[in-house]
Design a protein around this ligand. Structure first.
Ligand SMILES: Cc1cc2nc3c(=O)[nH]c(=O)nc-3n(C[C@H](O)[C@H](O)[C@H](O)COP(=O)(O)OP(=O)(O)OC[C@H]3O[C@@H](n4cnc5c(N)ncnc54)[C@H](O)[C@@H]3O)c2cc1C
Length: 360
């Protein structure tokens, strides 16, 4: 008999896990409350240039590589434009370059002239730039939708607009979930509920403290093709979508953004970001037409929380940089839920177990 697995959450993490689990022959049901996904508000930058330490770099680099595997199986909206990063300047640039070399990053250093050849429309070209040629971008919302459709191709079923209100265990073992509209039996439950993960685990006295990390993303009206790469300057990150629109976080350095409130109105923040974009790309009529707000799902130490937790049959996965990590995480979550911990999963996920917050 196929294992019955309920996946709570149809963001990019739940979708990828559902895909791998269904492909592995599990009987998968995805339940999503439709409460607003971080996935839809994402910048969609798949990168390893932002990392906390060696293990985090290795995880993110494996995350990029996992998209190559996934793209051989499914048609996914992921491209590899590479990124040009000059958030660090002066001594900080050299320090970061040494760190990147130490972890084995695929990076080259460009000077101003080389940068201008790659991005001739960018004003105020920096003196020194990191070029990460293998970094990717995703249309995050479409990625989750496409991967979930592929899961359905392997027999998964999706229930949208229904919230899981309780995960039920008997004698220390998961037996199913109670939703707003009924009961779903399960041998195992995966909580991939983004910012909702902490609440669902609290019922089992499992602590997975999450930070409040709101983010604002803006999109401009389409303009002529101007930039080829993901650009990350000290004040602004931006990339251009296939239709010509610019996509940009309102906060500079948004991956390391530590604000727990949005100060000012989202529209005001978007106006300020648009001013920075006009400075970066002068002579173009740049105006925003859409803003997204969402809380980044971020465990208290900023790192992913992934692993079996609480009663037998319960597994949780929540993280920031979920777009970077989704293809890999789906694979690893599937491995651990169907086969248990392997050498590969232990080496990649070892530092990120939820038990570091005191959970059992
Ligand atoms: C502004 C911003 C910019 C970002 N930029 C990047 C980036 O450039 N690169 C990158 O890698 N990452 C980025 N991220 C982070 C990335 O978007 C997230 O890490 C990722 O989308 C998390 O996916 P998820 O599936 O875990 O959660 P979500 O996408 O939030 O999905 C969780 C789902 O669970 C459902 N849910 C919750 N509780 C329940 C319940 N009780 N019952 C049923 N369903 C439930 C919700 O309805 C939701 O659909 C960004 C995030 C933000 C907000």
């Amino acid at each position: 008999m196929a294992q019955k697995i309920v996946v709570i959450g149809a963001g990019v993490i739940g979708a990828s896990a559902a895909y791998h689990l269904a492909q592995a022959g599990c009987d998968v049901t995805v339940v999503d409350a439709g409460m607003g996904r971080a996935t839809d508000a994402s910048f969609g930058w798949i990168n390893a240039s932002f990392f906390a330490d060696d293990a985090h770099f290795a995880l993110r680099a494996a995350g990029i590589a996992a998209y190559q595997n996934m793209s051989q199986q499914i048609d996914i909206p992921v491209q590899t434009p590479g990124s040009l990063v000059w958030e660090d300047e002066g001594d900080a640039f050299d320090t970061q370059l040494a760190r990147l070399h130490a972890v084995g990053a695929t990076v080259s250093e460009l000077d101003r002239a080389a940068f201008q050849k790659l991005e001739p429309h960018v004003a105020h070209a920096p003196d020194r730039i990191f070029h990460f040629a293998d970094e990717c971008v995703a249309d995050s919302g479409a990625l989750a939708v496409g991967v979930l459709a592929a899961a359905c191709g392997y027999g998964a079923q999706v229930i949208s607009g229904e919230q899981v209100v309780e995960i039920v265990e008997v004698a220390g073992k998961i037996i199913g979930v109670q939703t707003t509209l009924g009961w779903l039996a399960a041998d195992q439950v995966l909580i991939a509920a983004g910012t909702g993960t902490e609440n669902l685990l609290a019922a089992f006295d499992v602590a997975l403290p999450m930070l409040t990390r709101p983010g604002v993303m803006l999109r401009t009206r389409p303009i002529a093709p101007l930039i080829q790469h993901v650009l990350a300057s000290p004040t602004q990150e931006v990339r251009q979508l296939p239709n010509g629109a610019l996509l940009a976080p309102a906060a500079a350095g948004h991956q390391g953004d530590t604000s727990d409130t949005i100060s000012g109105t989202p529209a005001g923040l978007a106006d300020v970001a648009v001013d920075r974009l006009r400075t970066m790309l002068p002579g173009h009529d740049i105006t925003w037409d859409r803003i997204w707000l969402a809380n980044r799902p971020m465990p208290q130490d900023g790192l992913p929380a992934v692993g079996a937790v609480g009663p037998t049959g319960l597994y949780a996965a929540t993280m920031h940089s979920g777009i970077t990590l989704a293809a890999l995480m789906g694979d690893l979550i599937c491995t651990e839920m169907t086969q248990g911990i392997t050498n590969r999963s232990a080496s990649l996920l070892g530092p990120y177990r939820p038990r570091r917050f005191g959970a059992t």
